[in-house]
Design a protein around this ligand. Sequence first.
Ligand code: NAD
Length: 664
Amino acid sequence: MDTSNSCPGAQADLPSLRSHLPRSLPSSQSLNSITSPGVSTPGSWTVNPWHRDTPDTSPPTSGAASPQLKPDTSSDVHCVSPAEVSLEHSRGLGAVKSICFVGAGFVGGPTAAVIAYHNPNISVNVVDLNEQRIACWNSAHLPIHEDGLLRVVRVARDGTLGTTVALPGSSIDLQARQPNLIFSTNVIGTIEEADIVFICVNTPTKTQGLGAGSMADVSAVESATRTVAKHAKEGAIIVEKSTVPCGTARMIQDILRYYRPDTEFQVLSNPEFLAEGTAVENLMRPDRILIGSAQTLAGLQAAATLRDVYAAWVSTERIITVNTFSSELAKLIANTMLAQRISSINAVSAMCEEIGLGADVDDVSLAIGKDVRLGPKFLQAGVGFGGSCFEKDILNLAYLARELHLDVVADYWLAILRINEHQRQRFARNIVRELNGSLRGKKIAVLGFAFKDGTNDTRNSIAVHIIKSLAAEMPREIAIFDPGCASDEIIEEVEKVGLSSAQLEKIRICCSWRECVQEASATCILTQWKQFRGRQLGNSAAGAEKAAAGTTDNRFVNLKRGKGQIVDEMRILELEEIARQHQASESSSKEDPLGRLRPLKECPEGCGHCAVGLGGAHLEEAVDWVEVAAMMQEPRWVFDGRNVVNRLELEGLGFKVRGIGKGV
Ligand code: NAD
């Protein structure tokens, strides 16, 4: 085959990296079957977990594969230590006038919004091939539901009004702000303008061909890179934001060199660590920003330029610069180790349930979490982890280990997924057992479909697998309610798991928890939405508000010490919080206590989002378990897959309750 005209990103053109590896690679057979014996194929963990708005993965014409590992052969490497390049060596923030994000998904949209929010002098353009998604970003109904996201987008996308805020004994002027966040489908035009281009496209697990079910599909990265390579302006910095296999920055560099042999581009790795559900908080106050670059003067200068962008709101001690491979690997390891903690505590939960004698996984978590070496986070037992990242990144890491002939290491990582699958199977099995081994004639209510609370992301939710197992028992009905997810997206995910038409007919999506639990024999809680805890439980929110109110005076003093004019968005946030506590509680002033936001554009007549009332108050309503007790049928089982309800209280109301890891 003549490959002389093909792009170096294509498999055939890449110099064979395998020859550089010390031992022979596994055969394609073993690459395809990366999972250990006893682990079901990843195809059964998730069937095309990708959001419907994203392009199909592994298109038949794609030769996409994870980039192969190869030694660094570039001759132009002049190594300098990172310490030699300080912030002053960056091009200076003034040099960055325009940033382009390619991919307006769960990562691209929020990340671009927060960067634009904190850098009012930089024009931040977010482009996507998906017109519908871009239309949503330009409307009142953002395609992604994250706490605080609409406010950040409104400030940066629409600009703000100038206003004067009266404080006791003084006042602060807030200047009007010009819009600097633009969402569009003009991919080429915005790439041409950009000083920095972030590649933020999807990298799902391959579903066909070599490495199907385990290898990351980087075809969208490849395709986006080709467009960038053809159109980026000279000297633009290309940032790999997507989570990718190690070596992808090299692949991007190869593609750039192929199309633009006379232009030097710097490629940086800048993986994103935000968690869905807390994306805005994570972006506003990140634990760290990781930037990987070539360890050359030009590479380190590019890293410093990107560091300046983040330094607009993140302290520089939190911005870590490393080499590109370490950065790519660190992202995969971070997700794998977070998932590992979940699987570890879920393994403990299985043991607690079998031991009986009152063994309680939450007690164990509390006890071990006090150890400062372990810490309390990610020790909450449940039905397991879902979502678009953990599973795919573990598979990706295990694939890499296999490729390096480290089978024992690969098996070690894959065991995390095996426990995860075991946990959800155990949960479904327990439901059937407690209901006398059969669900025929019974209605099962499912509260929660999203893989976690605070997000509308339905991709690869744990719920869909549990629903599949329950549907196999042919219950009278499986009713699903999730306060954050759109019904059509839930249906789409359920349809993907391969249920028969008879099973699909039993599934109904509900608009309220009341409709969902009505006449159910069992209610399963699969997402930890706060609404499911119940009305009569806890008053910690009131307590938190009181505690916050106690700090108000100090914060007033701090603000009054500041300049008369505030331009720093972090300080404006603080000011808003104070104003909110001093205002009457109408919802409009709560949202915009300083009267700074421009009114939202009216939706066109017949807007589908307005019609379904996404984000409506009825979705916020807490479950009233007293009411539920009257609505459900005997034996009124509650299977609490997230340990959110108060078991004793519910038992007092006549429920039978089974949580996770409760050895009763
Ligand atoms: P997503 O599917 O929500 O968004 C990707 C977007 O890229 C889609 O809207 C798609 O239309 C667009 N796209 C694809 N090819 C394109 C092209 N050539 N030009 C323009 N647009 C294109 O994915 P996501 O959840 O935002 O994830 C993106 C990357 O970030 C992935 O690698 C993922 O692993 C990583 N990541 C995700 C999360 C998360 O919580 N979702 C967190 C950290 C990292």
